[in-house]
Design a protein around this ligand. Structure first.
Ligand code: SF4
Length: 410
């Protein structure tokens, strides 16, 4: 089995659509984010939505907390490049107004809209317009009665019960265009709540760690929760809740899904070694320069930046394209094969040139356009010289042992 044939198995769920974006039923996991502008600020909100869509966001949510926001949505929805969901917290009338504004979906918090007749009125209106609703349970705003019944604690069981109670109200009015989230800022709690929910229903699930916080901690916390569940096959759509520009949320979601093989790569996947004492170049700077040069250019390739030619090409042999530094020169390799040796100050420019060629013609054509044997001979000269200077390949334990023994005897 090679690396590309390892795929994550996904749990089977019902399929719904949010403004044409499928969610559940084995469809690709989608990325969501939420605008931070006032929804009444139509132009500002649309500018943010366009930036989110460019960063890989599939579905966007805007708050609908007042009449001006609902009116703003009426102008935003027809001009948005991606489906728009209205976020409703306390006033069910805002949900009805958002439906009138033409939104593609709603998010209701069962802890905040609690009267059954209000919940059912919204579900009936959504049913009549074929608009899906997310039941968005939040550990921090659980229904007080439910909270008390579960021993004055936010438990996975209480969160799941909250979601299923709301689902039962929806079923009373024959509404089934539903997805559910049970978010919490506590990662183990959130993971367990989603696991229990996945056992209890086949409704598609929206994953998230709520209030994850600023970068980088928030990113790690959210990834710990979301990635754990996705790896178990749980989750149909995701949102990173970061205290950051929402574009970071969309980017994080896209990169996570690409990393897990759940979404086709749309941009560069830059891998780089962590650097060590062998590095022949400032790996951090070259990697940053390479990312600045290659990202955002529709180059769906894996590109490696490695600090030395001793181990770099071998360790990054699966990358579409890579460069390893050695004695003031950069060794370019395609799928592990040396294709050129270039001056160090040309490394990033050459990476870009080769990446553009590969994106257009493929790796085989890139290898075919040069004399790889000559490039390999040139690369081997640098590599041998470095080995002579610095000792054996870092992966060769026996040679290391002999070197230590020789040094100790001397
Ligand atoms: S590729 Fe070379 S420089 Fe980078 S971590 Fe490995 S041995 Fe060190």
């Amino acid at each position: 089995m090679d690396a590309s044939s390892v795929t994550l198995q996904r749990r089977s769920t019902r399929r719904i659509e949010v403004g044409g974006v499928p969610v559940g039923g084995g469809e690709p996991v989608s990325v969501q984010s939420m605008t931070t502008t006032k929804t009444a600020d139509v132009e500002g909100t649309l500018a943010q939505i366009y930036a989110l869509a460019a960063a890989g966001c599939d579905i966007v949510r805007c708050t609908c907390n007042e009449a001006e926001a609902a009116e703003g949505l009426a102008h935003i929805v027809p001009r948005s490049p991606i489906p728009v969901i209205a976020d409703i917290h306390h006033n069910h009338r805002m949900a009805l107004a958002a439906i009138d504004a033409g939104v593609h979906g709603l998010r209701l918090n069962p802890g905040n809209i609690r009267r059954p007749e209000h919940i059912k009125a919204v579900a009936a209106a959504a049913r009549d317009r074929r608009i899906p609703i997310r039941i968005g349970v939040n550990g921090g705003s659980l229904d007080p009665e439910l909270y008390a019944r579960h021993g004055n604690a936010v438990t996975p069981e209480a969160m799941v019960e909250s979601a299923l109670m709301e689902l039962a109200y929806f079923e009373e009015v024959d509404f089934d265009l539903v997805k559910i989230s049970v978010k919490a800022s506590n990662v183990p709690l959130m993971i367990e709540a989603y696991r229990q929910l996945a056992d209890a229903t086949d409704v598609p699930l929206h994953l998230g760690v709520t209030e994850a916080g600023p970068l980088p901690e928030g990113l790690i916390k959210a990834t710990a929760g979301i990635a754990t569940l996705l790896a178990e096959g749980i989750g149909d759509t995701i949102r990173y809740s970061l205290t950051a520009d929402p574009v970071e949320e969309a980017r994080a979601g896209r990169v996570l899904l690409e990393s897990l093989g759940l979404r086709e790569r749309s941009d560069i996947d830059l891998i780089a070694c962590p650097s060590c004492g062998r590095a022949e170049v400032d790996v951090i700077k070259v990697a940053e320069d390479a990312r600045a040069a290659l990202a955002g250019r529709d180059l769906p390739l894996q590109v490696a930046v490695m600090g030395c030619v001793v181990n770099g090409p071998g360790e990054a042999r699966d990358a579409d394209l890579g460069i390893a530094a050695g004695r003031g020169r950069g060794h370019l390799f395609v799928k592990g094969q040396n294709v050129a040796v270039v001056d160090e100050d040309e490394m990033v420019d050459q990476l870009l040139e080769w990446a553009e060629f590969i994106a257009e013609h493929g790796t085989e054509a890139a290898i075919a356009r040069v004399d790889t044997e000559r490039a390999a001979r040139e690369a081997e000269r640098d590599r041998s010289a470095l080995l002579t200077d610095k000792g054996e390949d870092a992966n060769s334990a026996q040679q290391r042992v002999e070197l230590i023994r020789r040094d100790l005897q001397g």
